[in-house]
Design a protein around this ligand. Sequence first.
Ligand SMILES: CC(C)(COP(=O)(O)OP(=O)(O)OC[C@H]1O[C@@H](n2cnc3c(N)ncnc32)[C@H](O)[C@@H]1OP(=O)(O)O)[C@@H](O)C(=O)NCCC(=O)NCCS
Length: 146
Amino acid sequence: MRFTVSPYGLEDLQHIAEIEKECFEHPWSYDSFCMEYADKKKHYFVAKDESGEVIGYGGFAHVEDEAHIMNIAVTAKARRMGVGSAILRAVLDCAEKLGIVAITLEVDDSNAAAIAVYEKAGFKCAGLRPHYYGWDRPARIYWLRF
Ligand SMILES: CC(C)(COP(=O)(O)OP(=O)(O)OC[C@H]1O[C@@H](n2cnc3c(N)ncnc32)[C@H](O)[C@@H]1OP(=O)(O)O)[C@@H](O)C(=O)NCCC(=O)NCCS
């Protein structure tokens, strides 16, 4: 499948919210993404297929000289085709251009797909944050230093 990855626009927010709803137990609302869009310290990217359909998104918050990845998600029908990794690449490239020196994220300890994508990109697990996603559902904390 051919796809492109580019910075998001206002017109993408509804589609992002739909993918979010499909992918997460406690999804962010459309309004939350509107607030992200208004915040100049947030940087998001969307992947679109050849027909222009949004098939994934991901973004980060710029805090001092660090970045915090908020989320990366790909619609089920487009997974395992390199889309998640390409979005992550766009996120890392953007962070590096902004002079960011380190990038962090939390991921559910049981989320094998996301863990694989982040580790392939060079992220190192720095430890577990207990009960982060609910009782007995720890988060792995990852860091990548440029
Ligand atoms: C995590 C997610 C974004 C990955 O997106 P993707 O487009 O499928 O990822 P890619 O195709 O770039 O995968 C890259 C590599 O990661 C690994 N990987 C991806 N999905 C995997 C899975 N389900 N199980 C094991 N390894 C997996 C593989 O090594 C894969 O390379 P390969 O297909 O050549 O073997 C996607 O599964 C998703 O949206 N999940 C639901 C939302 C979510 O959990 N987001 C992360 C929150 S932190």
